[in-house]
Ligand binder design. Structure first.
Ligand code: FES
Length: 103
């Protein structure tokens, strides 16, 4: 099925380096903002499939709160052990005040 853009939140809902979790179509999506740009990734660490929310965002990366793996928010690449597989990322666009992602 082709991805459709769906609303995640309003632009004003997140400050830089904060995260929120949104559930859309039974997918758990973590939304964050880095230097004013919004990003959306699957809220599911590829190490042991545990949620990433609660992890700190720093220098464009999120650190998993469980065992410390890190992921590049923009690319989804795992940048620190124990995760090795990429995180799923979603394309984001802004429409008016809405943060939208292709789900
Ligand atoms: S579940 Fe994220 S590092 Fe283990």
């Amino acid at each position: 099925m082709e991805a459709q853009y769906q609303k995640l939140c309003n632009r004003s809902d997140i400050e830089d380096n904060q995260t929120i979790v949104v559930e859309i179509d039974e997918k758990n999506i973590l939304v964050t903002k880095i230097n004013g740009e919004f990003y959306a990734v699957e809220n599911n660490c590829t190490h042991e499939n545990l949620p990433l929310n609660g992890g700190e965002v720093h220098n464009g990366q999120i650190q998993c709160p469980h065992h410390g793996a890190r992921f590049d928010i923009k690319t989804g690449k795992a940048t620190q052990f124990p995760a090795v597989m990429e995180l799923k990322t979603y394309k984001v666009k802004i429409e008016n005040d809405n943060v939208m992602a292709a789900i």
